[in-house]
Design a protein around this ligand. Structure first.
Ligand code: TYD
Length: 217
């Protein structure tokens, strides 16, 4: 599987409106020669469909959180593990950090110490990404990029996204060797080129977990 010195599992994270899905699409072109697998959470299986339904119906925060974790398990089983086994580069639009960042907020007051609870649910079977690009921008700017209020998912509110982004920033601070903060206010082309170059560089130098990167100037 994950051989020493190689970078195989890359994740893109950030609040809604941070442009990470646009980035994901741009990387398909910029990194085509590497033939990566592009994937996402919530995923394409029926488990992913059930997550989307739970979000839309706002059924219950614990139901929603555990479905997100189930979707992650299905994603690992059907996409991530098989690809890594073959030595294929995987680039995922959202992954486990989305759970820690978002569900820590939605489960506040519902389960004690939500982040601890969520991390414990993943421990032992999840695969930690080799590199995570975190798209960061002011929440007000992210909100202007989202659909009108009435059509938004329940996560897409200022007070929630502020907490989610603070969570992400805390994770990036705690794991500077894995996270790369990307300035999402820069143009989509510059962001995509920066991330594509960083991935190429990581692959070339064989570095992972431990080398610090900075956002483009
Ligand atoms: P997604 O389909 O990626 O939305 P977008 O393309 O707008 O980023 O994800 C849907 C919502 O689900 C999004 O608001 C983030 C949220 N989410 C979580 O709360 N927890 C998770 O573990 C994941 C993967 C997503």
């Amino acid at each position: 599987m994950d051989q020493e010195g190689s970078l195989l599992l890359v994740t893109l994270e950030g609040i809604d409106g941070s442009g990470k899905s646009t980035l994901h699409t741009a990387l398909k072109i910029l990194l085509a020669d590497l033939d990566p697998i592009f994937t996402r959470e919530p995923g394409a299986t029926w488990v992913g469909d059930s997550v989307r339904r739970a979000i839309a119906e706002q059924i219950d925060p614990v139901t929603e959180a555990t479905l997100f974790v189930a979707d992650h398990a299905a994603h690992l089983a059907t996409v991530v593990r098989p690809a890594l086994k073959e030595g294929v580069l995987v680039i995922s639009d959202r992954y486990s950090d989305s759970r820690y960042a978002y569900q820590s907020v939605t489960l506040q007051g519902i389960v004690p110490e939500p982040e601890k609870w969520l991390r414990a649910m993943h421990n032992g079977w999840t695969i930690i990404p080799d590199r995570t690009f975190l798209c960061v921008l002011p929440v007000d700017d992210a909100l202007t990029r989202l659909k009108p209020d009435a059509q938004r998912e329940h996560f897409e509110k200022r007070e929630i996204l502020e907490k989610v982004q603070n969570n992400y920033l805390a994770y990036a601070k705690a794991e500077p060797g894995r996270f790369v903060i990307v300035d999402a206010m820069l143009s989509p082309e510059i962001v995509a080129k920066f991330v594509a170059d960083a991935i190429q560089q990581d692959l070339k130098t064989g570095k992972k977990r431990g080398d610090k990167k900075r956002s483009p100037e």
